[in-house]
Ligand binder design. Sequence first.
Ligand SMILES: *Cc1c(COP(=O)(O)O)cnc(C)c1O
Length: 354
Amino acid sequence: MEIRIEKTAAPKAKPADETKLGFGHIFTDHMFVMNYDTGEGWHDARIVPYGEISLSPAAMCLHYGQEIFEGLKAYRTADGSIQMFRPDENFKRMNVSAERMVIPPIDEAFVLEALKKLVDMEKDWVPHTDGASLYIRPFIFATDPYVGVRPADHYLFMIILSPSGAYYSTGLNPVKIYVEEKYVRAVRGGTGFAKTAANYAISLKGQDEAHNQDYEQVLWLDGVEQKYIEEVGSMNIFFVIDGEVITPQLTGSVLPGITRKSSIELCKKWGMKVTERRITIQEVAEAYDNGKLDEVFGTGTAAVISPVGHLKWGDKVMTINDNKIGEISQKLYDTMTGIQYGKLPDEMNWIVRV
Ligand SMILES: *Cc1c(COP(=O)(O)O)cnc(C)c1O
């Protein structure tokens, strides 16, 4: 499929102060768009000026939430080249999400080529500051003007780009996490493994209550017994207990993070003991009481590695590793960001150059 290119006549000024980029409010000059219509398949791939889209008020995505998305980044290396971290994994996962949400599959190789073309066009938007990057958001949603429940016949696939500041401006600050016991994020047979808007919509209430108690994030327990640890909203979670690296196994209600997968692969490569299994919050609390809970950290594209300093479960507040980043968390962070910014050799073959 050809990609039609329409360049903007009014390019925007690039942000002058990269320390003030923040996350998710600035968008570049162009976006990728492609339509799907039943009978025709995906068609009319184009890169056009970034701008508003027109949608029927009856568009199905607005009423029944048929939507999926992805999140990844492009990085500028010291020699000025632009590269991405495992983008093929994002499009592979997007098709897994699509299958669950009855959205037609995309051609993974084609959309990766389209993304490369878009990022190349927008390469001057990729920040220069260490730790800053160009956040990439591919997404698909149903557009049929129909207020009835069924899988749609018409979709839009879009990619928008947002220059984003360093997640950590003052070093890797440990986060405060709260174990959610009232609400659940995903249930057996549900959509936990899919990257879909609905999973976030239902997580907002727990997040809001955590914020009211001065906690930054929510640690979700399984939706059936509320005993087993699942993940942290937009991050997967790891525990280091007595030297062993443990992360909840992918049971269908946990999002299969690419940073999670990469962390497991690196720890294995380093000869560490890594286990994917079910783990209860009770077991973590007992390890803490016995002085065996060495480290807790979250993994996700935005933060890469996010050390957990405080973990609150009911009335119990666990302070992990003196509220300091642990050795394994630091090593994973340094290695992964080193590969992403081209400072370390890409021994795992994770980098795709633009
Ligand atoms: C995207 C996401 C993650 C992290 O996945 P990465 O591929 O590592 O960025 C974890 N949990 C949820 C719910 C997510 O949506």
